[in-house]
Design a protein around this ligand. Structure first.
Ligand code: G
Ligand code: G
Ligand code: MN
Length: 395
């Protein structure tokens, strides 16, 4: 940062009530960061891009978790990529300010300290759980669905929910699906879990549908289960058992590995659709869940992966992907669901491009059966009102 610039930024920070420390080089900055902790660190990229990037890496390695403001005259895409890079090295809260510097904006950012945005997300416990333990858990019926609401973007009405597997173990406590799903897939046990989750969540959804006949339950199905030609009949039997209509069920197909037998998968998906069951392409835009799958399979719904959605209002590149994907899905007459809606700005932005449905922490996390029913009752009273009241503003 030039001396003049440094002085200007420093003055704004002092006006906002901060003590300010200046560093003229990466080495000096690193010494400061190592010696004490900071609420904010501003980094100017223009003094040599290598130094700025290097400094971000060093900040990412420190234990403290400061908010980082990257100031730069670079073009927007480079700035956006820099912010993504900062996040990838462990800086949870990094934002960019373009040059010429808007001092009002800088003041606003400095005043919003401790907003909680981008709080550190803890990763799933790294306990290595053996497939035997999971097998035992399945036998003991320790897996249950939690329900996350799916909300119509235009008016905030509840349209359905996604059932997400939860494993509560006596031994390890709550284990994340990110830990047990891959192990189940590897051990050939995913079918057992899916069967159990389908049965339990269809049973529970009877009550949701009784309250709203248009309610749709979504259940996750790994694409590698689409080799079992009896799957459509099995699912139909589960629906019969609880007297739930096929149109009330949506299967979210998650594809983590390439399908081994595409024509067989298409066979199964077509038969499910003919029966009136909805098919959703999950985590769209990541891994194998992409244009190839879209061009071959008869999906009725597309879920944009949350890695595109959760920062789409602050990252112009992500926003282009979200907007383009909504348009693409509508070309295929598919409903579009945005995953990972975390704030009202994102909700508003999605509304402006006609995205159909949203899911995410802004509405609710996944809840057990009892809490989901309570949430539904509260939402009917409060939900749509909340949406209108916050329109255009920040939370
Ligand atoms: O919200 P959560 O952390 O529970 O979900 C983590 C991931 O696990 C999600 O991406 C979801 O697709 C996957 N998942 C959750 N439940 C199931 C399930 O019953 N079957 C499959 N195949 N995947 C699931
Ligand atoms: O199957 P799918 O990948 O859609 O599973 C949903 C996953 O996303 C679960 O892990 C759930 O806990 C998580 N999730 C749901 N809403 C949000 C959100 O708003 N933000 C983030 N970061 N994760 C979310
Ligand atoms: Mn899903």
């Amino acid at each position: 940062m030039t001396k003049v610039h440094r002085k200007i930024v420093g003055n704004v920070a002092i006006q906002c009530g901060f003590d300010v420390v200046y560093a003229g080089s990466v080495e000096a900055a690193f010494e400061c960061i190592s010696a004490r902790s900071f609420d904010f660190i501003t980094v100017d990229l223009s003094l040599g891009e290598r130094d700025g990037i290097e400094l971000l890496r060093l900040i990412g390695r420190t234990k403290a978790n400061p908010r980082v403001i990257v100031i730069s005259g670079c073009e927007e895409r480079i700035l956006n990529a820099t912010i993504r890079m900062a996040r990838s090295v462990g800086i949870c809260d990094a934002i960019s300010l373009p040059k010429p510097l808007n001092l009002g904006l800088l003041r606003e950012v400095l005043k919003s300290r401790g907003s909680g945005r981008g709080s550190v997300s803890s990763s799933p416990s790294a306990v290595a759980i053996a497939s035997d333990q999971i097998r035992t858990g399945l036998e003991r019926h320790e897996f249950h669905p939690a329900f996350q609401p799916k909300v119509r973007i235009s008016d905030g009405a509840l349209v359905g929910c996604e059932a997400l597997a939860r494993w509560e173990t006596p031994q390890f406590g709550a284990v994340s699906p990110d830990v047990f799903i891959p192990v189940l897939e590897e051990a050939g046990l995913i079918q057992e879990l899916t069967r159990s989750l389908l049965d339990q969540s269809i049973r529970d959804a009877r009550e949701f549908i009784r309250r709203d006949p248009d309610f749709a339950l979504a259940v996750n199905v790994s694409a590698n289960l689409l080799t079992d030609l009896s799957l459509p009949e099995e699912i139909e039997a589960a629906l019969h058992k609880y007297d739930v209509a096929p149109r009330s069920l949506m299967l979210e197909i998650t594809e983590s590995t390439a399908m081994s037998d595409v024509s067989r998968a298409i066979d199964i998906l077509v038969r499910l659709r003919i029966k009136g069951i909805g098919i959703s392409i999950d985590d769209f835009g990541t891994g194998y869940s992409s244009l190839t799958a879209l061009s071959r399979m008869p999906f009725s719904e597309l879920k944009i992966d949350r890695s595109f959605v959760d920062r789409c209002t602050i990252d112009a590149d992500l926003w282009k992907i979200v907007r383009g994907t909504v348009a693409l899905a509508h070309e295929f007459d598919m409903k579009v669901v945005a995953e990972g809606v975390e704030d009202s700005n994102t909700h508003e932005a999605l509304r402006s491009i006609g995205c159909d449905v949203g899911q995410g922490f802004w509405f609710s996390q996944a809840l057990d059966y009892d809490n989901f029913l309570v949430w539904c009752e509260n939402w009917k009273i409060r939900g749509p009102v909340r949406t209108k009241r916050t329109s255009g503003g920040s939370s």
